[in-house]
Design a protein around this ligand. Structure first.
Ligand code: CA
Length: 229
């Protein structure tokens, strides 16, 4: 089956260039030029991966990301952004995005990130044995990529869901950082490894009472991470 990529990008030249390159790589491509149209297409077309520009007329990329997740669409979302500050990255992850690429981007790197996203998407479509997890005050529904806390539903990106799933296999044990990275991103995606730290930051913001003093998702310096329920 051909993987379907939805591109939500208002700059016509960039959208066209992405379409050509993605089609050349063998993907099926749908294009939307506004956040509103992107949301409609995401619902209708059920893409396997979404490339989402942040600066869009009308509904911006952050709002579109939130709306896409609220509609139960769990395809990985890669945000295309001219903004590269940590605040913007974390904001996107809070809203359920999975990854970032900063404009102007290297086409090879974009394709590597798409391949990594697609590789991890399929397994999560299948219901998992371990569906529900309690961490502190949060209930995590792994099969729905959803976290419930204080009566609120908070969307999880699929990398975040994967991180929680791997950490929860052995709660209280230190999970080697390299193991986590290769499980999620694959060994051949070395340059993508930095992004695990952003996902950990984002998860803490969702789960911890005080994200600066984490009690549930703990960094063990020089080794990796552990989950304390
Ligand atoms: Ca734009």
């Amino acid at each position: 089956m051909t993987a379907k990529i939805l591109v939500i990008e208002d700059e016509p030249d960039l959208a066209m260039g992405l379409r050509d390159n993605l089609e050349f790589e063998g993907y099926e491509v749908a294009i939307a030029h506004t956040g509103e149209d992107g949301l409609d297409l995401a619902i209708k077309e059920r893409p396997h991966c979404i490339l989402l520009d942040i600066m869009l007329p009308g509904m911006d990329g952050f709002e579109a990301c939130h709306a896409i997740r609220k509609n139960g669409i769990r395809a990985p979302i890669l945000m295309l952004t001219a903004l590269s500050t940590e605040v913007d990255k974390v904001k996107g992850l809070d809203l359920g995005a999975d990854d970032y690429i900063t404009k102007p981007f290297d086409l090879k790197e974009l394709m590597a990130r798409i391949r990594a996203a697609l590789r991890r998407f399929e397994p999560i479509v299948q219901p998992k044995k371990r569906k529900k997890l309690t961490v502190g005050k949060a209930t995590i529904l792994l099969d729905r990529s959803l976290l419930q806390i204080d009566g609120k539903d908070v969307p999880l990106g699929h990398y975040e869901t994967q991180i929680l799933e791997i950490l929860s296999e052995e709660p209280g044990s230190i999970i080697d950082r390299q193991h986590l990275l290769s499980e999620i991103w694959g060994l051949e995606n070395e340059p993508l490894n930095r992004s695990v730290d952003n996902h950990i930051v984002s998860l803490r913001r969702k789960i911890e009472d005080d994200p600066k003093v984490p009690r549930h998702i703990i960094t063990v310096h020089g080794f990796g991470y552990k989950l304390v329920k």
